[in-house]
Ligand binder design. Structure first.
Ligand code: FE2
Ligand code: FE2
Length: 310
């Protein structure tokens, strides 16, 4: 494939109105223009045909950049209006855009978004923790990542971490599963138990994530959260099976928040959503010796306060 073109998932029709879209003509071995700017996708093809389309990447990157500026200013406005549903929907759009081209340098753009969230919600751990509890039917890596980021920011505020640490941990929470953007949906969204071979593929996502992140100048904590969030204190985790003293604080925090978010979020294939208390009990019983008890207690305390405001 010509590197200038990239196959991308097309999300919302409107987002692509102003851009050229191409398709690959396999007989002539060239890319052909499918639509010009100003023409909607549905007027030239059906939804099921869209998977064969390509973007000219520089256009896509310009689009993400322009869109990001617009969305970040909307984000500020909606936070001020306390319109939490709108806030979350804007964040989903921003993150979806950035997760669609993580190897093209776009991830840097999410820093503005995190700065806005931290500035506007500084110290308000309850809001951010509750924010993570808003459920969405289509449970994607994006939704999971945003929820993990929110819970991590909430806990960091609760623990009164300094601002730069809150910031690094927030980015780490958001990007911990970035490697999953390169794992196929047929495995990620399988509505059955994964076989051993598929699970081995899933287990590669922390390393794929680090490979993506190494092209950026993110702080070490961001990388650590990505590579260590499936490690466990007793060395039973993956990918490196490292033990307690080797695992960073953000690695230990994400080892608690990541499974907590996954089991308390909307029903996922093969698994049912669980109430907060039950989820904490399960994590404690099943993972008690594998997670940092001190951090776990603090996380429960943080949630306990949040529960009271429901
Ligand atoms: Fe993960
Ligand atoms: Fe995760």
């Amino acid at each position: 494939m010509n590197l200038q073109y990239k196959k991308v998932k097309l999300y919302e029709e409107d987002d692509y109105k102003d851009y050229n879209i191409y398709y690959f003509d396999s007989i002539k071995n060239i890319y052909k223009l499918l639509k010009k700017p100003g023409i909607t996708l549905s007027s030239v093809c059906s939804e099921s045909e869209r998977e064969n389309f390509y973007y000219f990447v520089p256009e896509r990157l310009n689009f993400i950049e322009t869109e990001n500026i617009k969305l970040n200013s909307e984000l500020k406005t909606e936070i001020k209006k306390e319109n939490i549903l709108k806030v979350k929907n804007i964040i989903i759009k921003i993150v979806n855009n950035h997760f669609s081209e993580p190897r093209s340098g776009t991830l840097k753009g999410i820093e503005n978004m995190i700065n806005i969230i931290i500035d506007e919600y500084f110290g308000q751990y309850a809001i951010l923790t509750n924010f993570a509890r808003m459920s969405y039917k289509d449970y994607t890596t994006t939704i999971h990542s945003i929820n993990v980021m929110s819970l991590t920011l909430g806990l960091s505020f609760f623990l009164k971490f300094p601002k730069n640490k809150v910031y690094n941990y927030g980015i780490s929470g958001l990007l911990h599963d970035i490697g999953k953007t390169e794992i196929s949906d047929t495995i990620l969204k399988a509505e059955r138990k994964l076989n051993q071979q598929e699970f081995e593929i899933i287990k590669k996502h922390p390393q794929i994530g680090v490979d993506i992140l190494k092209d950026y100048s993110f702080p070490t904590e961001v990388i650590k959260g990505c590579i260590e969030h499936h490690e466990r204190l007793d060395g039973s985790g993956y990918p490196n099976g490292i033990k307690e003293e080797m695992i960073s604080e953000i690695g230990k925090i994400l080892a608690i928040i990541d499974p907590f978010e996954a089991i308390t979020s909307v029903d996922r294939p093969y698994k049912r959503k669980m109430p907060v208390e039950k989820a904490l009990e399960i994590i404690f019983i099943e993972e008690g010796n594998k997670i940092d008890k001190n951090l776990f207690t603090k996380f429960v305390k943080n949630l306990g306060i949040v529960e009271k405001i429901f």
